[in-house]
Design a protein. Structure first.
Length: 218
């Protein structure tokens, strides 16, 4: 089943379900989009621009087909008409088609794309989740950020891996590759391999790193 969704195309930003994204809204078309969203279901689609794609017939830049819808949790209206908002990711989707001409901002028909669960025979979801949280906790301790390992309560298995990946500061290309993955197990495997790789580099460089220099951690 498809639904209509206003799109907020952004360069270099990949958004995941159950994570949060602060945004500053200042362009007139996005002010109108925000006003319309606040008056309806408070849902916006965050869409990564595709620099390798061709602009559409109206000259608008290309976007990737997979995005994440966010609900406006907080809204701060500023005196000059700009706004600060906080989105919380609610579902992943694929663009089926864009609807031209209705508004100054982009609108698309989208289909929700939930992740496939872990397959039978794989480690139990709770076991994988606990192992991933423990691994990222050790990484946080290694860079002196013990509080960074504390995850928000109430996250699903997908939400845990999404939150961890967001904190690790991956770039937009890797972020989109992960967002486009259809299986939860694939995303868990990628996150585990990344954390192991970061930990190995830390262990290798530990004897040479001045105390004042810390690896990147968002």
């Amino acid at each position: 089943m498809t639904r209509r969704l206003p799109l907020f195309p952004l360069p270099g930003v990949v958004f995941f379900p159950e994570t949060t994204l602060p945004l500053h809204v200042f362009e007139p078309r996005y002010r109108e989009m925000l006003a319309d969203a606040l008056a309806s279901d408070r849902i916006l689609g965050v869409q990564l621009l595709d620099p390798a794609g061709r602009p559409d017939a109206a000259g608008r830049p290309a976007v990737h087909e997979i995005g994440c819808a966010g609900e406006i949790e907080e809204h701060e209206a500023l005196a000059d008409g700009r706004s600060n908002i906080l989105l919380r990711g609610v579902f992943r989707y694929r663009i089926e088609r864009e609807i031209p001409g209705e508004k100054p901002y982009r609108i698309a028909e989208v289909t929700e794309r939930p992740l496939r669960p872990l397959p039978p025979g794989s480690p139990a979801p709770r076991e994988r989740r606990e192992r991933l949280v423990a691994d990222v906790g050790r990484l946080a301790e290694a860079v002196g950020r013990s509080r960074a390992k504390e995850l928000p309560p109430g996250l699903s298995d997908e939400g845990v891996v999404n939150e961890i990946l967001t904190r690790l500061g991956i770039d937009a290309d890797d972020g989109y590759r992960l967002l486009a993955m259809d299986a939860l197990g694939e995303r868990y495997d990628w996150a585990s391999e990344l954390i192991e790789s970061m930990q190995r580099r830390l262990d290798l460089l530990a004897p040479f790193r001045p105390p004042s220099i810390e690896p990147r951690w968002n």
